[in-house]
Design a protein around this ligand. Structure first.
Ligand SMILES: C[S@@+](CC[C@H](N)C(=O)[O-])C[C@H]1O[C@@H](n2cnc3c(N)ncnc32)[C@H](O)[C@@H]1O
Length: 378
C-alpha cells in the first residue's frame, strides 16, 4: 500500500476540485517519493509488475549492438559516438548493448560513450549499480533531463524502450453527442471518474487525429509526446533515433473498432480493473500514437526512415545467426522467440526509426525491405 500518495491526491481534490487525469497519472507514476517508478522499487521483470522486451533477456541489446555497429561503419567509423538512452529503468538494456560491444564489436569499444537521461535519483542509483563493472571500459554520464545535455557534435544513437507509453495521457470520451474529458474526483474517499465538457485544446487534438465521434468512444491524447520527440531531435546533430514501444499509427490507434481506448493498469503481471485505485502501486500505460512522433519529429529535422514490428526488425538483425553463419545457445533462441513471437512482443511492439543528417544511401538493416514512412494521419 502507498496510503501517503492516495491521501495527498485526495486532499488536493478536496482543496481545489477534480484533477485532470494526466495530472493524476503524473503523480501516480512520478511523484518524487511515492510514484510507481520514482520510488525505485523493481517494476520490470519476473519479480516486478510486468515483463518488457528488455527484462526478457539480453538478446534485444545484442541485436541493437549489431545495428549500432552497422551505422558506425556507414558513417566511416568516426572515432567517437554517443549512445543515449532515456527511460533506462535499471540500466539493463544499456549493459546488454555495451557487453555485446565488448564481445562482438571491438571497433565500437574504444569509440562509444554512454549517456543516460534519468530524472529519478533512485533509478540513477540502480543504473549505476548495474553498470558499475562497465564504467572502467566506457565513459558513462547521467543527465537529469535533456536540457542538462548540450547537443553533441559527435554522431548519436538515441534509443528508448517502453518510455513513451508511460508519459501521462489525457482522456476524451464521446457521450450523448459531445466530447467530454475525464477528470478524477472523490466519492466516499474513493477516486472516481468525472466527465467534464471538453475544452478547445483537446478538441483540436481529436480533430487533428480524426478521432471518430462515436457514442462511447474513448481516446487518449498524450500532451508531452510532441515536445519530447522535438527535444530529442534538438539534442542530435547527426544520428539515429529508435523508439521501441507498443503503439500504432493514428488511423489504427483511433479506429472505430478500438472504441474503449488503450489505457491499462498493471500490477503483479495482471491487468487491474480500476486505473484510479491505489495510485503509486500500479502501472498506468497507454499506446503510443506513432504518427504523432513521425510528424513532430519531422518538425525537429528527424527524417522518418520506417516503422516496423519487433518480429520483422529483430529477425532481420539476427540474420547471421538464423542462417547458421554464427552459433547461438538454446537460451538465446528462447529469448529471441520471446521477442519475436506474435503471442509475446513480436506483433505488439513496434520500432520507429528516425534519422538526422545521415547519408542518403544509408538504409539500416533493422528496416530492410520496409519502404519509407507514410506519416499522414489519414
Ligand atoms: C515501462 S518502464 C520501461 C523500462 C525499460 N526501458 C524497459 O524496457 O524495461 C518506463 C520507464 O520510463 C521512465 N520514464 C518515464 N518518463 C521519463 C522521462 N521523462 N525521463 C526519463 N525516464 C522516464 C520510467 O521511470 C520507467 O523507468
Amino acid at each position: 500500500m502507498n496510503p501517503s500518495l492516495s491521501k495527498e491526491l485526495a486532499q488536493k481534490i478536496r482543496d481545489s476540485g477534480p484533477i485532470r487525469f494526466d495530472l493524476f497519472m503524473q503523480s501516480a507514476l512520478y511523484h518524487p517519493q511515492h510514484g510507481f517508478y520514482s520510488s525505485g522499487y523493481t517494476r520490470t521483470g519476473i519479480h516486478g509488475d510486468f515483463l518488457t522486451p528488455v527484462s526478457a533477456g539480453p538478446v534485444l541489446g545484442q541485436l541493437l549492438a549489431r545495428q549500432v555497429d552497422e551505422w558506425h561503419a556507414a558513417l566511416g567509423r568516426p572515432p567517437s559516438i554517443c549512445l543515449m538512452e532515456q527511460g533506462a529503468d535499471r540500466g539493463l538494456l544499456a549493459a546488454d548493448i555495451l557487453n555485446a560491444m565488448i564481445t562482438h564489436h571491438p571497433k565500437l569499444r574504444g569509440a562509444t560513450q554512454l549517456h543516460l537521461l534519468e530524472p529519478s535519483p533512485a533509478l540513477t542509483d540502480l543504473q549505476r549499480n548495474t553498470l558499475r563493472s562497465l564504467q572502467g571500459l566506457f565513459p558513462i554520464h547521467w543527465h537529469q533531463d535533456s536540457e542538462s545535455f548540450s547537443p553533441h557534435e559527435i554522431p548519436c544513437f538515441f534509443y528508448s524502450c517502453e518510455l513513451v507509453d508511460s508519459f501521462p495521457v489525457r482522456i476524451a470520451r464521446h457521450r450523448q453527442g459531445v466530447w467530454h474529458e475525464l477528470f478524477v474526483s472523490l466519492e466516499n474517499d474513493r477516486f472516481v471518474w468525472l466527465d467534464q465538457p471538453a475544452l478547445s485544446d483537446i478538441l483540436n487534438e481529436l480533430h487533428r487525429w480524426s478521432v471518430p465521434s462515436m457514442e462511447g468512444f474513448s481516446a487518449e491524447i498524450r500532451p508531452t509526446a510532441g515536445t519530447w520527440i522535438r527535444s530529442v531531435a534538438h539534442l542530435i546533430q547527426q544520428g539515429l533515433v529508435l523508439t521501441m514501444d507498443y503503439g500504432l499509427p493514428s488511423p489504427d490507434l483511433y479506429h472505430p473498432s478500438r472504441s474503449a481506448g488503450t489505457l491499462v493498469a498493471m500490477r503483479e503481471h495482471r491487468h487491474t480493473s480500476d486505473p484510479l485505485q491505489d495510485p503509486g502501486n500500479q502501472d498506468l500505460t497507454a499506446h503510443v500514437n506513432y504518427t504523432e512522433l513521425m510528424q513532430e519529429g519531422e518538425k525537429g529535422g528527424l527524417r522518418c526512415l520506417g516503422l516496423t514490428d519487433f518480429s520483422q526488425a529483430l529477425t532481420r538483425l539476427a540474420e547471421p545467426i538464423l542462417s547458421g553463419k554464427e552459433k547461438c545457445s538454446e537460451k538465446w533462441i528462447r529469448n529471441f522467440q520471446h521477442l519475436t513471437h506474435p503471442g509475446f512482443f513480436g506483433k505488439t511492439h513496434q520500432i520507429l526509426v528516425q534519422g538526422k543528417n545521415l547519408p542518403e544511401s544509408f538504409h539500416p538493416s533493422i528496416l530492410k525491405s520496409i519502404s519509407a514512412c507514410t506519416n499522414s494521419s489519414g
